[in-house]
Design a protein around this ligand. Structure first.
Ligand code: SF4
Length: 421
């Protein structure tokens, strides 16, 4: 698949004029890169690094170019999925330095849900319209490899139609190790028991030096790639993620996205790319190590979504703006900077505990429709694999959450919704 040339694009004259005007007045290097992408060239790693430095009018041109490429790739729709996150345990001994989620098993807030409790939550979600459950947990030292299979069996016995999107590459590595089988055998067994897709989390930044500092390189770049490509080769789709805005730099971001693109060229197994900004609240990485940044800036978020759209053009159609990380207001902005998906609704009672009952506890489909409408996109509900389930009229009443109002929501949800690790 190659990107279409701008000459063959069927877009409005006003959009062409706006883009041309923006491109004409900016730094010549960035103009040349954006022009060549619009003409169908593949964005190189070094050119991506240059784009990550775009500021002022050049950043505006980058955003407009990404928005234009998005419109050509997937049209004007923006999607969401009704899902429920089920974190079956928060106990983990891996000691990743960025993690504000893991507990020791003797801590008062340590939790390990029974199989029935996991199935109860899945059933409740199904009854409220969910088509997917997203299941991840810490690497609890007392569970064995069969625990993952038993979770799938408990859900599928109760709700055969539920799509189970579950188990990060770190959990797959851990489960295979505990079961003393190969990664391929472990994944195949999970697929045989109902695993429908895998989150491509635990990627953080696919760079040896950075991973060494973040995770002590317990799951190496090579292992992450091997687990993901094995899943794809077995026919199991996965997402792809990046966690940015801590000790990393644009060179790492470009290299990471290039690796994702190379895997996709080989397997075609990624459904989407999800940039996940580092959330520093309660992160040991931020609290204990000097010179760690408190997450990406708003401009870095815009550049990340825009550059990802350009770099993955023709290979991964779906760029997700994670409202959990960005906050609803900023997530809307990403829908105008290359993203075409808002991810999942939020249905998790632990949020109310974390928030002390003071803040908004859930994001429901109506909120998603409102956010998408406010970004000027046509809302659709999708399934996990991006099949459209329902189209909606735009909600024209401007009731979207502001970026400021959403900051508190991110703080209170970050610990309860584990999507980054
Ligand atoms: S990021 Fe995941 S693997 Fe690492 S300590 Fe936290 S829960 Fe454990």
């Amino acid at each position: 698949m190659n990107a279409p040339s701008i000459l063959s694009l069927n877009n409005s004259v006003s959009e062409h004029h706006k883009l041309s005007d923006q491109l004409s007045g900016i730094d010549v290097n960035i103009r040349n890169i954006l022009t060549s992408v619009l003409e169908g060239a593949e964005l190189s790693e070094s050119d991506a690094v240059t784009l990550f430095g775009a500021t002022g009018p050049a950043l505006d041109a980058l955003i407009s170019t990404a928005d234009y490429i998005r419109s050509q790739a997937v049209g004007n729709q923006a999607s969401f999925v009704i899902t429920r996150n089920i974190n079956f345990t928060n106990v983990c001994y891996m000691g990743c330095k960025f993690c504000g989620f893991a507990k020791r098993k003797d801590e008062s807030t340590a939790e390990l849900l029974s199989f029935d409790e996991v199935a109860d939550r899945a059933e409740e979600a199904w009854n409220r319209g969910a088509t997917e459950v997203c299941i991840q947990g810490g690497l609890h030292p007392d569970i064995d490899g069969s625990h993952y299979r038993e979770i799938l069996k408990a859900i599928k016995t109760r709700i055969p139609g539920m799509h189970i999107h579950a188990f990060s590459p770190f959990e797959i590595w851990f489960g295979a190790l505990k079961s003393k089988v190969s990664v391929a055998e472990f994944i195949q067994d999970l697929m045989d028991h109902g695993l429908g897709s895998m989150p491509g989390t635990a990627a953080e930044i696919l760079d040896v030096e950075i991973r060494q500092q973040l995770t002590r390189d317990k799951l190496t770049t090579e292992q992450w790639i091997e687990i993901i490509t094995t899943a794809h080769q077995l026919g199991l789709p996965t997402t792809a993620t990046i966690m940015y805005g801590h000790i990393d730099a644009p060179e790492h971001w470009a290299s990471h996205i290039a690796k994702i693109r190379a895997i996709q060229k080989q397997t075609g197994g990624f459904t989407e790319f999800v940039p996940l900004g580092f959330v520093h609240y309660e992160s040991p990485l931020y609290m204990n190590i000097p010179n760690v940044r408190p997450g990406p800036t708003p401009e870095e978020n815009l550049r990340m979504h825009a550059v990802a759209r350009l770099m993955l053009n023709g290979w991964i159609d779906n760029i997700q703006a994670s409202w959990v990380k960005l906050g609803p207001g900023y997530a809307q902005q990403m829908l105008r900077a290359g993203a075409n998906d808002l991810g999942g609704t939020l249905m998790n009672e632990s949020i109310s505990r974390a928030a002390g009952g003071k803040n908004k506890q859930e994001i429901v489909p109506e909120d998603m429709i409102r956010m998408i409408s406010a970004a000027g996109r046509d809302p659709v509900r999708r399934n996990t694999l991006y099949g459209v389930i329902e189209h909606y009229e735009r909600d024209t009443v401007n009731r979207s959450l502001s970026p400021d109002a959403s900051v508190q929501l991110i703080a209170t949800t970050a610990d309860a919704v584990r999507v980054a690790s």
